[in-house]
Design a protein around this ligand. Structure first.
Ligand code: CTP
Length: 403
């Protein structure tokens, strides 16, 4: 769990630079943001384009580039980070760091920083064992620089021994240990529903709604980042599958209920899907033809209520069951009644009236309703709602575990 942590990653010129791409992805999955400096050597192994695509940030390469300097000087770059991570750390960059050499952007940022520095060394076994390298590493450690690895095994140069860069997950574990941010939901199971459902009228038409799935997907991602094994049951949406989440895609409310039941037992269930309340009593097997002047009338039947079904008391009930209430009037009042009716623990009510930009939009204004009362959350992005809710869930489950 590295939510909000800013990592400045220095990628030096070693064959293990390819692992740094995976490292970026995994750091971001845990909520960290990653800015990268690619040394000239690093750029021989991975391209700035791949680094930029994975970090979704500009990649910094050259100390003397007017562009880089005008946008972000090396001092700012090193100060606007919570940790500088050198991975791979070659014998060359370790030697420069130990000697205080600053002859490119990476080494200048490392010399200019007032932030903690971590390094993941990698090199040929003889280079690693060389007295010069060992002395440099000892000097750096004595200055407080944390090293992770190298591991031993087959090296890319064909020799065997110590010199392999630590695996991305080992580096991340070390970073989490360093920040004291072990995942608060690790060992927990979470279920999230998201998106609309489509209820078929015939093979080409359906009843649906405007839900984008953005809120539910953001919640699943936030829970996964906090270490929960997270299953997302999603109706049809254009949202990408969140990293680190197991996704089951469904069409109808009945399929969604079945997928949710299959996911049990879980510690927490969050029902953010906008489930269609009704479905056509019978879906036509072939496309309905337009008989002139005679529009068909649809006979509807009620869909199962997934939230109420998960919240029903019984052995398999998740410890926390959470729903969303889409309201267009008397938001808090209706949400309180809805919470009681559905039997869930918490209800996040939102005003979905036209013009609020909630349904299908990017932000949400939540009334957070529990058994004991309610509180208004200020207008915030769906991402922020997800983070706040995930923190509440983690705190609640932690308190439960302590009981
Ligand atoms: N919900 C559900 N299954 C349904 C209908 C709703 O799981 N068949 C869940 C939603 O995911 C949401 C909560 O119930 O968490 C409330 O949804 P909402 O549409 O606000 O409530 P409804 O039960 O449909 O009530 P109404 O339409 O009367 O406001």
């Amino acid at each position: 769990m590295l939510v909000g942590k800013r990592i400045l990653l220095v990628i030096a010129g070693g064959i293990a630079a390819y692992k740094s791409l995976d490292l970026i992805r995994r750091l971001r999955e845990r909520g960290a943001s990653v800015r990268a400096i690619l040394t000239r050597g690093g750029a021989e192994f991975v391209t700035p384009l791949s680094v930029a695509a994975l970090s979704e940030e500009k990649v910094y390469t050259d100390l003397f580039s007017l562009d880089d300097e005008s946008e972000m000087g090396h001092i700012r770059l090193s100060r606007e980070a919570d940790l500088l991570l050198v991975a791979p750390a070659t014998a060359d960059i370790l030697a420069k760091m130990a000697a205080g050499i600053a002859d490119d952007l990476a080494t200048t940022a490392l010399l200019a920083t007032n932030k903690p520095v971590m390094a993941a060394p990698t090199m040929n076994v003889e280079m690693w064992n060389h007295k010069a390298t060992q002395e440099n590493v000892a000097t750096l450690r004595a200055r407080g620089i944390v090293t992770v690895g190298p591991g031993s095994g087959d090296l890319a140069c064909g020799e065997v021994g110590s010199g392999r860069m630590a695996e991305p997950l080992e580096i991340i574990a070390q970073i989490e240990h360093f920040f004291g941010t072990a995942a608060p939901l690790s060992g927990r199971r979470a279920l999230v529903t998201s998106g609309p459902t489509h209820e078929p009228i015939d093979p080409v038409r359906f009843i649906g709604n405007r839900s984008s799935g953005r809120q539910g997907h953001a919640i699943a991602a936030a829970l996964a980042r906090r270490g929960a094994a997270t299953l997302l049951v999603s109706g049809p949406t254009a949202e990408r599958d969140p990293a680190g989440v197991t996704v089951t895609r469904v069409e109808t409310a009945r399929d969604m209920l079945e997928a949710c039941r299959a996911a049990l037992p879980v510690d927490v269930a969050v029902c953010a899907a906008a489930v269609a309340d009704w479905r056509p009593a019978e879906a036509a097997g072939s496309k309905l033809k337009k008989a002139r002047g005679k529009p068909p009338s649809l006979s509807l039947v009620e869909n199962p209520d997934i939230l109420a079904s998960l919240a029903a008391r019984g052995n398999g009930r998740p410890r926390l069951v959470i729903g969303f209430a889409a309201e267009t009037e008397k938001v808090a009042e209706n949400a309180k009644a809805k919470r009681a009716r559905k039997g869930c623990d918490w209800m996040l009510a939102n005003d979905v009236s036209t013009g609020t930009d909630t349904f299908g939009g990017d932000s949400n204004t939540i009334e957070f309703v529990t058994e004991t009362g309610s509180e208004g959350w200020p207008r915030m992005t769906k991402q922020e709602v997800a983070e706040r809710l995930a923190d509440r869930i983690a705190a609640n489950l932690r308190a439960g575990a302590a009981e």
